[in-house]
Design a protein. Structure first.
Length: 75
């Protein structure tokens, strides 16, 4: 019987889903290229920025909500 060829565990680029070759040494790569790595960093930046804005919005809105209104209705 033919010898079974052991393939290295293939990984896919987190951005474009292209197969990423895993080298036996060094850290596993998440992205196929520098371009994808930069793109991922940019997306992460946008996401963090959006989340921060949402949190700021939340903080601004929270005091404006009059929760005591519920109590008045009950009483
Ligand atoms: Zn990629």
């Amino acid at each position: 019987m033919g010898a079974l060829k052991i393939e290295p565990i293939s990984q896919r680029c987190a951005v474009c889903q292209a197969p990423v070759a895993i080298s036996p040494v060094g850290r596993p790569r998440l992205y196929c290229s520098n371009r994808c790595r930069q793109k991922a960093a940019r997306i992460r930046q946008i996401l963090v920025g959006a989340l921060t804005r949402l949190e700021l919005l939340n903080m601004q809105l929270a005091p404006a909500i009059d929760w005591s209104d519920e109590d008045h209705r009950v009483a």
